[in-house]
Design a protein. Structure first.
Length: 256
């Protein structure tokens, strides 16, 4: 355990793929209930950093802590498997591509993990699925297979699936980037609702307006380092670093 009050701690994170250094000594603290956006160009290490939080992309060096427990412990294989499975149950993750099981209905996609990992009965899992699908506005599509859902609807089911595990932390990795523009807002509205409920969230996004309106802090990453961080109004309106200004100028110009 640690006496640091921060809820999520990343300490001196380093990640290399061969000779390619993707993360270069990154440290980050996130308080409980805080919403942090990570922005930056493609290849800057944003998704790698996010995936390191639940050890999907294990770090080459450094530590990740969640609620006082080190996530990336060095343990014998069987002990590590039990440890990381327990940690991952506390972290919901929503990917760019929805990763729904095509042969399962929306309800079945949501109920599978709570039944397998938490031992819920069919009735308990079905009630939980109804609650979470209603939260994301998908209760009326509960018995639909993914092939009958739009991209935005699939992503909302994916969010409901993550929420069904009652996570302490939600990670969003470009959750709207695979969607048509008219479907983006319906997913953003779900994320805004979670923000209102004070869910701790770390969001990799290319949507500056969303980050500015919802997030408490913004990190700008480039070439494996955090170039700048601060409140959205400071980072977006008065960035202190030339690299941040250049990225925002290009990105905002391209969005028009």
């Amino acid at each position: 355990m640690t006496d640091n009050p921060e809820f999520v701690q990343i300490r001196h994170a380093q990640k290399s793929f061969g000779k390619l250094e993707v993360l270069k000594d990154i440290s980050l603290n996130v308080a409980r209930g805080q919403i942090v956006a990570i922005i930056g160009p493609s290849g800057s290490g944003k998704s790698t950093l996010l995936r390191a939080i639940n050890d999907l992309d294990p770090l080459t060096g450094g530590e990740v802590w969640l609620d006082g427990v080190q996530v990336n412990k060095t343990l014998p294989h069987r002990q590590y498997e039990a440890h990381i499975n327990a940690m991952r149950q506390q972290v919901g993750m929503v990917f760019q591509h929805f990763n729904l099981f095509p042969h399962m209905t929306a309800r079945e996609n949501v109920t599978m993990a709570p039944k397998m990992l938490k031992g819920l009965s069919n009735d308990e899992a079905d009630k939980l699925a109804e609650e979470q699908l209603e939260k994301v506005g998908m209760l009326d599509r509960m018995e639909y297979y993914p092939s009958r859902l739009s991209g935005g609807q699939k992503q909302r089911v994916a969010i409901a699936r993550a929420l069904a595990m009652k996570p302490k932390l939600m990670l969003f990795d470009e959750a709207t980037s695979a969607l048509d523009p008219e479907l983006v807002d319906e997913v953003n509205q779900v994320m805004k609702k979670l923000a209102e409920e004070h869910m701790t969230m770390i969001i990799v996004t290319h949507e500056m307006d969303f980050a500015a309106s919802v997030c408490d802090r913004v990190l700008f990453m480039d070439q494996g380092v955090v170039v700048e961080e601060g409140p959205p109004d400071v980072v977006f309106r008065n960035p202190s670093k030339d690299r941040t200004r250049e990225f925002l100028r290009k990105h905002l110009a391209g969005a028009k």
